[in-house]
Design a protein around this ligand. Sequence first.
Ligand code: SAM
Length: 192
Amino acid sequence: MKEMYCTEDKKDCINKKEVNNFIAETSNNISKRHNSERVAIVLDAETLKTTTTLEKHGFDSFNILIPNPYIYKKIAKKHLFTYNCTLNTLLNKHIYTKVDVAFFDYCCTFSGNIEVNPKKDILVYFKKKLPDKNSLFAVTFSKRDSKIKEPMNKARKYIMKTAKQYGYKSQLIYKKEYADHGAMFVLVYKIY
Ligand SMILES: C[S@@+](CC[C@H](N)C(=O)[O-])C[C@H]1O[C@@H](n2cnc3c(N)ncnc32)[C@H](O)[C@@H]1O
């Protein structure tokens, strides 16, 4: 498995910084749980930008779970709860606790590829009823999707439908399209 994310190019990415801060601050404002109890699942890179932002806003490092089979050793050196598996395996096999922040910060499109199937990840996350009420669910996708038209609308419809199917309400509270070595979009939902 090969790492696709260019950490060095993205280390000062203003868009990532903005969304990481938004997620961490908003979780502080909406969660009913004590800081030390809040749990996060994040796709993070070697620089641990999402993880460190959550920690700065009160998350306990032990409650931040990072799956990453691509650069497992590099991340595991810095962060205890790093899993040498994909997000899908983590969700299916290792998580039984309620989650306050899920940031599926993908590098791929909503349609995915041979290794990553975002629809399956989103489905299992809601089907297992992992989101706590008053939690945040966020995704990033590349817009260059050759398989479907209007990928952002498709992703939005799918997230709303899947959340509803398993008894959750979802409210889109942050949406941004940006060009950063490729066109991307990010969506953040309040789940309640
Ligand atoms: C976009 S980067 C994360 C950036 C980070 N959140 C930040 O704000 O700087 C996503 C990381 O997760 C990995 N990744 C992507 N899809 C994954 C999946 N389905 N399971 C596990 N890791 C994945 C990528 O290889 C990359 O290292």
